[in-house]
Write a protein that binds this ligand. Structure first.
Ligand code: PEP
Ligand code: MG
Length: 324
């Protein structure tokens, strides 16, 4: 089965009723680039940029530019979505560890850290804009919880454009800018956020934890990490609908997208793009080819009506088994 899946990896992920799904890959560093062609991924939906920063010293602009340019070139003409530095909580820089925040998961992480340490952030944005001339590059902001964060980033990008132009450095002046939806605040204001940005990617790992009020590393409350909880399911649907009303696309790059049941549910809610670790991509594409958009929509409909997690789980399993 595995061999068959790999052989068909490059075929498009088209459902039985002709609906095409974009399946992209999540990458942790450019060392994983070689896995992309074999996986059949339609580009990179999440490039985590933390790796270069977790080596005990901060990378400079030229180092970042070299890394990002190679990735953009290799993936071109497909898109690569670079997520700006998302440190904090489970991935700490020395500067952050020194803050000794009592609760880092609720602290200065993701975009909050970058807007506080703008020197570091500007270096990264300059490298991304310069790498933009080597391929199809988009920028994505993690841990957004307010409109002003996106507006500030747009202003900084505009300044970086003026700076790079004055220095005669080739760069892409306007790159698509998206946000990760992974805080309840972002989920609740996603209509307004959708008007400020070009795409959404739902980070279900964090979103579920913050909705459920649990720490992602605390095993005592791991039982509450429940994607089928009605609060989670309703939030997901709300985000997808708001994005589509405002005319932007939605991807899911959290682990829920690489779970077969989770993926079917997400497609049924109208998610446009799935992004998962390269090893999951061939299997997800294979599964998509056996599903129909109608089955997925019925599944999502039943789950959205349910307030009983165990019943939802049974329903998803049964409906999927029947359709496969
Ligand atoms: C997520 O939160 O779902 C996500 C993809 O981001 P990370 O796991 O890197 O926090
Ligand atoms: Mg996250």
């Amino acid at each position: 089965w595995e061999e068959l899946t790999l052989l068909t990896a490059r075929w498009p992920a088209e459902m039985c009723d002709g609906v095409r799904v974009v399946v992209q890959a999540n990458l942790e560093s450019n060392e994983e680039l070689a896995a992309i062609p074999r996986s059949g991924a339609d580009g990179v939906g999440l490039y985590r940029t933390e790796f270069a920063y977790l080596k005990g010293r901060l990378p400079d602009e030229e180092e970042l530019l070299a890394e990002y340019s190679v990735v953009a070139q290799k993936i071109s003409p497909e898109r690569v979505v670079f997520r700006t530095l998302d440190v904090g909580a489970d991935k700490m820089l020395h500067a952050q560890a020194a803050l000794k925040e009592p609760n880092p998961a609720l602290g200065l992480r993701g975009i909050r850290f970058c807007l506080r340490h703008q020197g570091l952030f500007r270096t990264q944005l300059r490298a991304l804009m310069r790498a933009g001339v080597h391929g199809n590059v988009a920028i994505m902001l993690p841990m957004v919880s307010g409109l002003d964060e996106v507006q500030q980033v747009r202003r900084i990008i505009q300044e970086m454009h003026q700076e790079l132009t004055a220095q005669n450095l080739p760069h892409a002046p306007v790159l698509p800018l998206g946000v990760m939806i992974e805080t309840p605040a972002a989920a609740l204001i996603c209509d307004a956020l959708a008007r400020e940005c070009d795409f959404f990617s739902i980070g279900t790992n964090d979103l579920i934890h913050y909705i459920m009020g649990i720490d992602r590393n605390n095993r005592h409350v791991a039982y509450l990490n429940e994607p089928l909880h009605p609060a989670v399911v309703r939030s997901l649907k709300h985000i997808v609908d708001a994005a589509h009303r405002e005319g932007i696309g939605v991807s899911v790059c959290g682990e829920l997208a690489s779970d077969p049941l989770g993926m079917a549910l997400l497609l049924g809610m109208g998610v446009d793009t799935i992004s998962a670790a390269p090893r999951f991509v061939p299997g997800l594409k294979h599964l998509i080819r056996q599903l129909s958009a109608e089955t997925c929509m019925e599944l999502a409909h039943s789950v959205l009506l349910s307030t009983d997690v165990a019943a939802s789980r049974r329903m998803v399993r049964e409906q999927l088994h029947q359709s496969l």
